[in-house]
Design a binder for this molecule. Structure first.
Ligand SMILES: [Zn+2]
Length: 373
C-alpha cells in the first residue's frame, strides 16, 4: 500500500511536468517554424514543440502578444536566431518571467551559433532603418546551416534534459546525414565525404571543383537538380536568400527593397525595371508575406517571372518539414527559369552545364553589400 501511494504521487508529479523527472516532456518554443521542425526531428518523442511566428509571416515585424509570453512561461528551451531577425523576442522573454530561457541560461539557444554570417556591414548602423545590422540573419535558407542549427538545438536539449542526450545525438546524426544525402546525393557523399564537400559547398566552390576533377556527373540531390540555376541572374524582394543563392550559384543582381525592411519608392521600382531590361534578368524571387503589387507591376513592365514562396515551414499547405521547404524553393525556381527560357526562345541560357564562370559568389555578395551601407 505504501509503495502504491508513492507510485501515485510520483505519477502526479510527472503529470505536473517537473522537468528534472525522467520521461517528462521537454517543452520547446521557437521563434521560426523552421527551428520548430528541426527541433521535432532532433527531439523526437521527448519534446513538445511550438513556434511563435507563423510560416507565412515576416519574422522581422511581429507584434509581441501576451499569448507569446504565455507560451514561454513554462518552456524548458527557447530557440531564436540570436541576431536582429526577431527584435521583438527579448520583450516577449522579459514578459514571460521564465529565468530558464533568458539570454545566457541553459534553456536559451541561439540558432546562428557557429554559422559564418554573410553580408556583414562595416558598421552597426540602424540609422537608415535597416534590419540586418549584424549580417544576414536568414540563416535557415541553406541546408548546410540547417545542420548547424540542428546541432545547436541538440546541445541545448542535452543541457536541459541530460537523460535524453544520447537520443538527441542519435537523432542529430540522422538529420545531418539526411541533409548531406539530400544535398549532394548518395553517391558523392560516399565518394568524397561531407568533410570535403561541406566547406566547398559553403563558399560556392563545389561545382567548379567537381568540374575540374570531372566529377560533376556524380553530383546528385538538391545541388545536382539545381545545376541549371548556376550563374543565372535573379532579383529578390528582400535579402532573404543569400545563403541559398550562394549555395546554388545564383547571382542576385538587386533587390525590390532598397534596404532590408524598407519598402521601395516609385523611383527605385523604375530603376529596377530599367536594370531588369538592360541585364535581361528573368526571375524575381519573393517571400509570400510581401505585398504583391510591386512585383506584379515589375513583371508587367519587364516580363520577369515572379516566384512567390514561403520562407518557412508551414508557410504553404504541404510544406511540413525542412526538406519540403528546400524542395519547394528549388522546384519553383527551376520551373520559373524553364518558363523564362521558353518565352525568350532559350536566349537566357547562361549558366547551364559545364560553363566556367569566374563570377562566383564572393563577387555578387560584395556587390550587394555596397548598396547596403
Ligand atoms: Zn531580413
Amino acid at each position: 500500500m505504501k509503495n502504491t501511494g508513492r507510485l501515485l504521487s510520483m505519477l502526479f508529479v510527472a503529470c505536473l511536468g517537473v522537468p528534472s523527472l525522467a520521461g517528462a516532456t521537454v517543452k520547446v518554443v521557437t521563434t521560426l517554424t523552421d527551428y520548430a521542425a528541426i527541433a521535432r526531428d532532433v527531439g523526437g518523442d521527448r519534446v513538445e514543440v511550438q513556434a511563435i511566428v507563423a510560416g507565412n509571416a515576416d519574422a522581422h515585424f511581429i507584434k509581441p502578444k501576451p499569448s507569446y509570453a504565455l507560451m514561454l512561461r513554462d518552456a524548458d528551451l527557447f530557440v531564436s536566431t540570436g541576431l536582429d531577425l526577431e527584435l521583438w523576442a527579448p520583450v516577449v522573454v522579459n514578459k514571460a518571467g521564465n529565468r530558464n530561457i533568458v539570454d545566457g541560461a541553459p534553456g536559451y539557444v541561439t540558432a546562428f551559433q557557429g554559422i559564418e554570417l554573410m553580408q556583414k556591414p562595416i558598421s552597426l548602423d540602424r540609422s537608415g532603418g535597416g534590419v540586418h545590422v549584424y549580417g544576414n540573419p536568414h540563416i535557415q535558407t541553406s541546408p548546410l546551416n540547417a545542420a548547424i542549427i540542428a546541432r545547436n538545438i541538440a546541445t541545448g536539449l542535452c543541457k536541459v534534459d541530460p537523460e535524453g542526450c544520447e537520443s538527441y545525438k542519435l537523432n542529430l546524426a540522422v538529420f545531418t546525414d539526411e541533409i548531406a544525402r539530400r544535398l549532394y546525393g548518395e553517391r558523392l557523399v560516399e565518394v568524397l565525404g561531407v568533410e570535403a564537400l561541406d566547406p566547398l559547398a559553403r563558399t560556392g566552390r563545389l561545382v567548379p571543383f567537381l568540374e575540374e576533377h570531372a566529377l560533376v556527373g556524380e553530383l546528385g540531390g538538391w545541388l545536382g537538380e539545381g545545376l541549371p540555376l548556376r550563374n543565372r541572374k535573379i532579383i529578390c524582394y528582400h535579402k532573404n536568400w543569400i545563403y541559398f543563392t550562394t549555395l546554388f550559384g545564383l547571382s542576385v543582381v538587386d533587390y525590390v527593397e532598397p534596404k532590408p525592411g524598407i519598402p521601395p519608392t516609385a523611383r527605385h521600382v523604375a530603376e529596377l525595371i530599367d536594370l531588369i531590361k538592360a541585364e535581361h534578368i528573368e526571375v524575381l524571387l519573393a517571400a509570400n508575406y510581401f505585398e504583391r503589387r510591386k512585383p506584379e507591376l515589375i513583371a508587367d513592365r519587364t516580363g520577369i517571372v515572379p516566384v512567390v514562396v514561403p520562407t518557412s515551414v508551414g508557410g504553404e499547405p504541404g510544406v511540413v518539414t525542412y526538406f519540403d521547404l528546400v524542395d519547394t524553393w528549388l522546384i519553383r525556381l527551376l520551373d520559373a527559369f524553364a518558363l523564362a527560357d521558353e518565352t525568350s526562345g532559350g536566349q537566357g541560357h547562361h549558366g547551364q552545364g559545364g560553363h566556367h564562370d569566374s563570377h562566383h559568389d564572393g563577387h555578387h555578395d560584395r556587390h550587394q553589400s555596397s548598396g547596403d551601407r
